[in-house]
Write a protein that binds this ligand. Structure first.
Ligand code: PBG
Length: 327
């Protein structure tokens, strides 16, 4: 009976040896928590399709960011839900618009204790729900949208944001945003480019969170899930246009893209574990079909292992707590 001479199981036999040889650790400082703030709310409201996530009032947002900082998360990504929308999404540019107001609130509350980031996109603010301005025949007008993003970036920077996240997938958006920030004297504000963003069905619950009723789909600007090389081209362009960090989105169904992007560029790579990824796990766990905490940490570890150095996740605050207990 031939016995194996090489036994990989030796390095798995105890928790101590497993900990010693672990190749990937998720650190709370690498997690970014997305948060929603809704104009006019006095009390926070649950979001049915995102159990555990809230639409915040200005007040509850301030408390939540303090808690997130205490948990040790690396950043907070803010999304605004306006009371009124119009075809040009003017509420995104208005300094009194909910997102710009929330940036001021959060920066006043946490200062430099974490990185305050904002979504730079028009879909939360437009009545038609698209990420940009429309031509008279209803197409998304790339270059007219760029001008709006430039103004929006400056408004967010004026409000004190540390990092803007252009997420509309318009051609040239990173370059236009970078130049507008610099021209306004905001050379220190960083650009986290949603560089490889797919037209994904996993964004469903997010649309509930921001109450956006999209007429049609985003396939003329977000990427086809079938394509990988196209992501490398998008990332290369964004880095050339001045992106300080690049992001892949969604995360778990696109780990091959995360790995390829990591290999292709030297700027930090982030991945966004989106609403539908979170909701899928929460729903299965609520049915008792999977172990919620283990699946949560397994997904984060896998995204990290694939090469994302930063992870945006709705579990960030809770996961930070769990990870601290384990280290
Ligand atoms: C655009 C934006 C979206 C998400 C983040 N930024 C929606 C979209 O592109 O359709 C989705 C995030 C998620 O699903 O958690 N403002």
């Amino acid at each position: 009976m031939p016995y194996p001479e090489i036994r990989p199981r030796r390095l798995r036999r105890s928790a101590a040896v497993r900990r010693l040889v672990s190749e990937t650790r998720v650190d709370p400082a690498e997690l970014v928590v997305p948060m929603f703030v809704k104009e006019g709310l006095t009390e926070p409201r649950p979001i049915a399709s995102l159990p555990g996530v809230l639409q915040h009032s200005r007040d509850s947002l301030r408390k939540a960011v303090v808690e997130a900082v205490r948990a040790g998360v690396g950043g907070i990504m803010l999304f605004g839900v306006p009371e009124r929308r119009d075809p040009t999404g003017s509420g995104g540019i208005d300094p009194a618009g909910i997102l710009n107001v929330a940036i001021r609130d959060v920066v006043a509350e946490v200062g430099d204790a974490t990185v305050v980031m904002s979504d730079l996109c028009l879909d939360e603010f437009t009545s038609h729900g698209h990420c940009g301005l429309l031509t008279p025949d209803g197409a998304v007008d790339n270059d007219a949208t760029l001008a709006a993003y430039a103004e929006m970036a400056v408004a967010q920077a004026d409000a004190g944001v540390g990092m803007v996240g252009p997420s509309g997938m318009m051609d040239g958006q990173v370059g236009v945003v970078r130049r507008a920030l610099d021209a306004a004297g905001h050379t220190d504000v960083a650009v986290l480019a949603y560089a490889a963003k797919y037209a994904s069905a996993f964004y469903g619950p997010f649309r509930d969170a921001v109450e956006s009723a999209l007429d049609g789909d985003r396939r003329t600007y977000q990427q086809d899930p079938a394509n990988l090389r196209e992501s490398l081209r998008e990332v290369e362009l964004d880095v050339a246009e001045g992106a300080d960090l690049v992001m892949v989105k969604p995360a778990l169904p696109y780990l091959d893209v995360v790995a390829a992007v990591r290999a292709a560029v030297d700027v930090p790579v982030a991945a966004y574990q989106v609403s539908g990824e979170y909701a899928t796990v929460e729903a299965a766990a609520a049915n008792g079909w999977i172990d919620r905490e283990r699946v949560m940490l397994e997904t984060l570890t896998s995204i990290r292992r694939a090469g994302a150095q930063i992870i945006l996740t709705y579990w960030a605050v809770e996961a930070a707590g769990l990870l601290r207990q384990r280290h």
